[in-house]
Every structure is written in structure tokens, then in C-alpha cells.
Design a protein around this ligand. Structure first.
Ligand code: AMP
Ligand code: MG
Length: 484
């Protein structure tokens, strides 16, 4: 039977500055440790064939499917505010899978060896961080948040040297595309106007077919990207997700979440929460994410200036006006998400105030973000430590009165709240527990169980209850590492 590869290589038809052709580096003794059967089927592939030696060989970079043109993509980016030349230093694109529903999805091997963009790096990835990306990206997908997906992880049989010796691994990542804000910064800095235009036309054709007939197509493009990011970041904020490294190279143009490094979900509500060990100044703290997205979008807009208008001043004006919309767009998405989380079907002017009050109560009483919404959804407010405090009682009464002013009944309110408040998120201690069993004991059952629970966060099933429990307090000072 056929594995089902059905690859095209449209990115490799862009001007040469955007990529380097490379041959994957063979790996010693690849072993498949996890395969996403459902995603494989959605891609039009046969999971049982992918599990055979021939299938694994492709996921390990030991052979390439017919029709594949393997490339490493060039990009730059602002890392913690500073511009750097980057590129796929440890990844390669084997092509774009055309799925049975005619979607075009990038298939990328992450951890597949050195490329012309590796700089000082070894081009490899360690098992723990690749499994971590697998778990969190799949959890994000189940939470209905646009994200790259994870098809498989293989161990390479080789060692990767970090602060200790680790097992090497390769993640097969699936994405709408890997075009980043940093790809545009690269085009603007190192390409000419024709090359920049070629990239923009390519991206528009691939992701924004709705604007192809607009008058100023590049301005519409900028506005669409701003809108998608405003929507994406609102979704992160609504579930308490902290990306951790929102550098411009880690922000896609398609609007998918990408590059799960030191990311984590917030437990106790605090807008200053930072988990990443490298984010010393809290640049990418939970509460800063909307403004950091706006900062990144400004870098994107700057890169597009030559296409927005022949007149530089005019181009700047158009870009500034478009960027000025980010805040309102974000606010609108966030407010409507919060309304759903609190069972509201219509809009009232005071809603935002009510939301802010709840968040400051959570902060004051050290409440868990996710579980507070669950307690409200299932009317189990006695579980909250702020229960019986006057300020919370006042808030609760105001909320109940607010709900009573709309025509929807209690059942409808609970229904929308159940659909909007996850019963489970990938809690840091649960993720660590799964990684520990997999990496040190080769026991993938803990991870499989976690993945299964995380795959239906809005089911509110019995099996989720233990996964909703908070970590022992000793684990609260959780730190994440970049995992490179
Ligand atoms: P990341 O932190 O994964 O977003 O990566 C930032 C940049 O560093 C990208 O250009 C990566 O390709 C590159 N990079 C990360 N790890 C390695 C590695 N082990 N070898 C070579 N390049 C790397
Ligand atoms: Mg990156």
C-alpha cells in the first residue's frame, strides 16, 4: 500500500534568496515513538505505512518521498527586540502535502541536522522538547486555537549535547505554512522590491484568497494579518496561554501559533506571569502578549512599506492607520470571548468592567485562572478560596443580575460556558510527568493518556477531573527552558 505522500513544492519556486536546497542528514537508528494517526489520515496518509521502516525513514530524514524538494527556509527576526539573521537552522521543509480536501500543508522535519542557516548550532533537537511541542500543539488544536500540528516524533539513536547528554529526536511538524514576520523582515532587508513582492503575492495567494481583487491588495494583506493576530492572541489570553518567545521569527503570517519552546499555561491568575528562564525582564509575560504582538506587527508593516505606496510618507501613513486598529480588534475579540466564558449572549457596556473586576479578584485571592471559570460554569463557587468574601459575593451578585437581564435561560448559559471554558489544559506538572516517563523510562503510556484527555477539553468528562487538579505548591515556581 502507498504511504500517501502527495507533495508539491511551491515555496521552492520562489526567488532563490528565500531558501537553500539541502539534503537531509541521515540518522543512525531512527525509531518512531509517537504518531498522530488521526492527523495522518487527515493528510491522506496511511498510518500503518508510516509506521513501517520505509515510512519512518522519511520522518527521520533518511530518505525523501518522490516529488520532494527539501529546502531550509531563510528568515530573519527580532529576538527580544534585536534584529538578527536566522533561518531554518535545524529544520527542513520536505514539501507541501496536498490533502484529500485540497489543503496545502507544510511538512517540516524539526531537528533534522545542520543547514546553511545553522550558525553555531548543531541542527539537532532533543527528545523532551520535541515531545513537549507535540503535547502542547495538539492541546492547542483541541482548544480550537489555530496552531501548527504534530504528526510524529522519532528518536534518532544519536546523542545531543546540551548541558547534559540527551537523546536526539525529530518532530514532524505540519503547518498552514512557515512564513513568518521574520520572513518579511528578511525580504525587506536582503531582497529587492521584486523579491519582496513575489513573497507577498505568494502569501496572499496561499492564505488570503479573499483579498485578491482588492484595490490596494498589499494594504488589505496587512490588515488581514493584523486581524488574524488580534484574534489569535485573544484566544491565547482567554485560555491563559503564555507563548514565552514571541520573537518576530516565531509569529506566522497565516495566524497559527508556532514554535513551542518555553511556553506554558498560567495557573494562578497574574498578568505578570513569566515561565521562560530566558525572559529575564518579562518582555513576553502573559499580560504583555497583546502589545508584543502589536510590536511585531509593526515590524511586519515596516517590511511591507515599499509595496503599500510609491510615496514613502503615504505608505507610512497607511501602515500606521492599519496598525492603530490592532488594539480595537483585539479588544473586540477578547470581550466576545469573555462574554461566552461568563455565559453572556448580548452586549452591555459595563461588561468589560465586570470582567476586569473578576480578574482582579482572582489575582487578589490567588485563584487558578482555568478552575475559577469551571467553578462558575458548574455553580461550584464554594470551591473558590474567595467564596464568602464580600467583594467576591458582590461581584457574583452583579454577574447573576447581568445574566438575568438577557433572555437566555440557565441551561443555555451553562451550555455556552461549557463550550468556552476548558475542563482541562496541559498543566505544567502533568506535562512534566508525561515527559519524564517517556524520556527517562521510555514509557509513553503517561503521555498517551494525557494526550487523550487533552484532546477533548470541552467534554467536561469524569476522567478530566484529576487533570484539572492544581500542582503541589512546590511546583508553582515552574520554569521552562528553550530546549534548543
Ligand atoms: P527557536 O528558538 O527555535 O525559535 O530558534 C531560533 C533560531 O535558532 C532559528 O533560526 C533556529 O533555526 C535556530 N536554532 C535553534 N536551535 C538550533 C540548533 N540546535 N542548531 C541550529 N540552529 C538552531
Ligand atoms: Mg523559532
Amino acid at each position: 500500500m502507498n504511504t500517501g505522500w502527495n507533495l508539491d513544492n511551491s515555496y521552492a519556486r520562489l526567488p532563490e534568496i528565500f531558501y537553500s536546497n539541502i539534503n537531509p542528514k541521515p540518522t543512525d537508528s531512527p525509531k518512531l515513538v509517537i504518531l498522530n494517526n488521526k492527523l495522518a489520515e487527515e493528510l491522506g496518509m496511511a498510518p500503518q505505512e508510516l509506521k513501517k521502516n520505509e515510512g519512518i525513514s522519511v520522518l527521520a530524514g533518511n530518505s525523501v518521498p518522490k516529488d520532494s524538494v527539501p529546502i531550509a527556509q531563510a528568515y530573519a527576526g527580532h529576538q527580544f527586540g534585536y534584529f538578527t539573521m536566522l533561518g531554518d537552522g535545524r529544520a527542513l521543509l520536505i514539501g507541501e502535502q496536498i490533502t484529500p480536501t485540497n489543503e496545502r500543508l507544510d511538512i517540516q522535519l524539526k531537528g533534522s541536522g545542520r543547514t546553511p542557516y545553522s550558525r553555531g548550532g548543531d541542527g539537532r533537537a532533543a527528545l523532551g522538547p520535541m515531545l513537549r511541542e507535540y503535547i502542547i500543539s495538539e492541546a492547542m488544536h483541541a482548544l480550537n486555537i489555530p496552531t501548527t500540528r504534530s504528526l510524529a516524533v522519532i528518536t534518532t539513536g544519536e546523542s545531543v549535547i546540551r548541558d547534559k547528554i540527551l537523546q536526539g529526536a525529530i518532530l514532524t511538524r505540519v503547518a498552514a505554512s512557515h512564513i513568518r514576520v521574520g520572513t518579511y523582515e528578511y525580504a525587506a532587508k536582503f531582497g529587492n522590491k521584486d523579491e519582496l513582492r513575489a513573497l507577498a503575492d505568494y502569501t496572499i495567494h496561499r492564505h488570503f484568497n479573499n483579498i485578491v481583487n482588492d484595490e490596494n491588495i498589499y494594504l488589505s494583506f496587512l490588515k488581514e494579518v493584523i486581524k488574524r493576530q488580534a484574534s489569535l492572541i485573544s484566544k491565547w489570553m482567554l485560555v491563559g496561554f503564555i507563548h514565552g518567545v514571541m520573537n518576530t521569527d516565531n509569529m506566522t503570517i497565516s495566524g497559527e501559533t508556532i514554535d513551542y519552546g518555553p511556553c506554558a499555561f498560567m495557573d494562578i491568575y497574574d498578568s505578570n506571569t513569566v515561565y521562560s528562564s530566558i525572559d529575564t525582564y518579562g518582555r513576553y509575560a502573559y499580560g504583555n502578549q497583546p502589545s508584543m504582538a502589536e510590536w511585531n506587527l509593526s515590524r511586519f508593516a515596516e517590511s511591507l512599506l515599499p509595496l503599500l505606496n510609491e510615496n514613502h510618507e503615504q505608505a507610512i501613513k497607511l501602515a500606521q492607520d492599519a496598525l492603530a486598529e490592532f488594539h480595537n480588534l483585539y479588544k473586540g475579540f477578547w470581550l466576545s470571548g469573555m462574554r461566552a466564558k461568563l455565559g453572556m449572549f448580548n452586549e452591555e457596556e459595563q461588561d468589560e468592567k465586570l470582567f476586569e473586576m473578576l480578574l482582579s479578584l482572582m489575582h487578589k485571592y490567588n485563584e487558578d485562572y482555568t478552575n475559577t471559570f469551571l467553578s462558575l460554569t458548574f455553580d461550584r463557587i464554594d470551591e473558590l478560596s474567595m467564596f464568602k468574601n464580600n467583594d467576591f459575593e458582590n461581584w457574583h451578585e452583579m454577574w447573576q443580575e447581568r445574566l438575568a437581564r438577557q433572555k437566555e435561560n440557565k441551561e443555555m448559559v451553562q451550555q455556552i460556558m461549557k463550550e468556552s471554558n476548558p475542563g482541562v489544559i496541559p498543566r505544567n506538572h502533568r506535562v512534566e510527568e508525561a515527559l519524564e516517563a517517556a524520556v527517562t523510562k521510555g514509557d509513553y503510556s503517561v503521555m498517551e493518556r494525557l494526550l487523550s484527555v487533552l484532546s477533548k477539553p470541552y467534554a467536561h468528562s469524569k476522567e478530566q477531573l484529576e487533570y484539572a487538579e492544581l500542582p503541589p505548591s512546590s511546583l508553582c515556581k515552574y520554569k521552562t527552558f528553550c530546549g534548543t
